[in-house]
Unconditional design. Sequence first.
Length: 132
Amino acid sequence: MNNSQKSIRRAVVTLSILLILALSGCAGFEAAINMDVDSLGTQPLPAFSNNSTVDLEAETYAASDLGANKVTVIGRGKALTVVSVNWRITGNNATIRSLTVDGDLYLDGNNISLEGVRVTGSVRSSGQNNTW
């Protein structure tokens, strides 16, 4: 079983447990809801630095601001690499490729290019020369 399948299986099992706890009125339901993100297979995005390329694995990542300039972020494909919740890109001259943003995407920097990126929410651009 590959890592993507393991992550999906872990999420299904966790959601099943939460549903059972909710339906039974169990006191542990609130504690189960407050589980940390890592227990569901979400990884933090790596730190971004100027003039760099970041290759993401086939994982689900918790969104964090991308404020560095001249950064290329490359996923393993829309179905395999997911940046979860809303993502804000404030750096200039960034290229994002081959991933899904599960939420809204805020393009506050300039010259940001999205190539093969699926966004489940909306794209909001306040920068100049951004393409998607």
